[in-house]
Write a protein that binds this ligand. Structure first.
Ligand code: GLA
Length: 395
């Protein structure tokens, strides 16, 4: 794919690019909607992602061409660096422009460039294709800034800060009020490892994945829009946190609330705030426990936590959908099943299944069949491999 995107650039713009960057998509393994509540997540970068090749040009107009499955027309964009405020709703170029705006806000002079993009992450499936695009743009454009200005970009900007630049693009430019998880996992990933993140301290541990384990994902093809329902869920979490904060100012986020405290405050909270908080507080506890179980090699117990997490999504956070439930339920009945749950924002997208490695292929094809029987619909499965985080190279 790297060679492909470089060749694509050469065909499109007449000679080779200067810079190549790759940034992976991610899977959320445990810890749902905990990131913006300053809690914990176990995630992984995958070996699928966005490939970005570029070269500086004179003037202030950027030209970008994309070749991504599922986006067949409308592959060309030109935009002026002096006119970035002009955005088109739902335009893929917003993920590039928004990153440039974030870099400019931080005082960097971004040179104009021409670029080509290819991607192996399924679009809008819950593997964060958009975050992987943002992080690939960050690293590639960062390299151009470093080459053409005095700024020592990679010495100054930490990995966590790169993730915040991507998140800034999403929050301020695209208009989705999402947390830091997707971008953070894309930069912090390590092959054959999960990323254990603390979204208060931004500390990271890479936890080895057991070698006899495979990750199967299954796509519902139900498109999730993270602008509306996501925002609503986030508000309910904040309301619940405010209640605890008004009684104890040291408690600023749901991260600071235990299940016992939540239960004793149940009568004082609205039913919705209680249910959303119940999910988040439970997820934090499951991530902490899950991390210990993984380290101890207790993978079957870990799998149970994944299924509990999905049940909590159904009962408390109400961010599942019948298709995701059918996939998780079908998976649970199959040979080799360890655990399964929805992955990411929810309301559609993918389910992630931990499966005994030697059974993964049969599991995936049985899952497709069983899902069809149950719902009459098709799913697509991928056996996912955990991969390294984003990187950039000169070509
Ligand atoms: C989406 C968001 C993340 C995170 C997850 C849910 O992927 O982009 O920040 O909140 O949903 O855990």
């Amino acid at each position: 794919m790297k060679e492909k995107v470089i060749n694509f650039f050469t065909e499109r713009f007449g000679s080779k690019p200067e810079v190549f960057a790759f940034a992976p998509g991610r899977l959320e393994i445990l810890g749902n909607h905990t990131d913006y509540n300053e809690g914990f997540v176990l995630s992984t970068a995958v070996n699928l992602g966005t490939y970005f090749a570029c070269r500086k040009v004179d003037g202030d107009v950027c030209s970008v061409t994309l070749d991504v499955e599922g986006l067949n027309d409308d592959r060309e964009r030109q935009f002026s660096l002096s006119n970035l405020d002009e955005k088109q709703p739902k335009d893929w170029a917003n993920y590039i422009k928004g990153v440039i705006v974030e870099l400019q806000k931080r005082g960097y002079t971004v040179p104009a460039f021409e670029a080509t993009i290819m991607s192996s992450v399924p679009l809008s499936a819950g593997m964060s294709s958009s975050a992987s695009l943002e992080m690939a743009v960050c690293f590639a454009v960062g390299k151009l800034i470093e080459t053409y200005t005095d700024a020592d970009v990679f010495a100054k900007i930490s990995k966590a800060e790169w993730a915040k630049i991507g998140q800034g693009c999403e929050n301020n430019y695209v208009g989705a009020n999402t947390g830091l998880l997707d971008q953070f996992s894309s930069v912090m990933g390590k092959e054959d490892h999960l990323v254990f993140s603390d979204f208060r301290t931004l500390d990271v541990q890479n936890i080895p994945l057991p070698h006899n384990l495979a990750m199967v994902i299954a796509n519902t093809f139900v498109k999730h829009d993270l602008t509306e329902e996501y925002g609503e869920r986030r508000e309910s979490c904040e309301k619940a946190a405010e209640f605890f904060n008004s009684n104890d100012s040291s408690k600023t986020h749901l991260r600071d609330v235990s299940d016992v405290e939540l239960e004793s405050a149940k009568a004082d909270l609205s039913e919705t705030a209680y249910k959303r908080a119940k999910h988040v507080v439970g997820e934090d506890e499951r991530v902490i426990e899950g991390n210990e179980l993984l380290k101890a090699g207790k993978i079957a117990e870990f799998g149970k936590l994944m299924n509990e997490s999905h049940d909590s999504s159904i009962n408390y956070f109400e961010n599942s959908c019948p298709e995701l439930d059918a996939l998780v339920e079908a998976g649970t009945s199959l040979d080799g099943h360890i655990g399964a749950r929805l992955s990411g924002g929810g309301f559609g997208g993918i389910s992630v299944h931990f499966v005994e490695k030697d059974k993964a292929e049969t599991y995936a094809s049985e899952l497709e069949k069983l899902y069809k029987e149950k719902t009459g619909k098709d799913t697509e499965t991928i056996i996912c491999v955990s991969g390294d985080g984003a990187y950039v190279e000169t070509v």
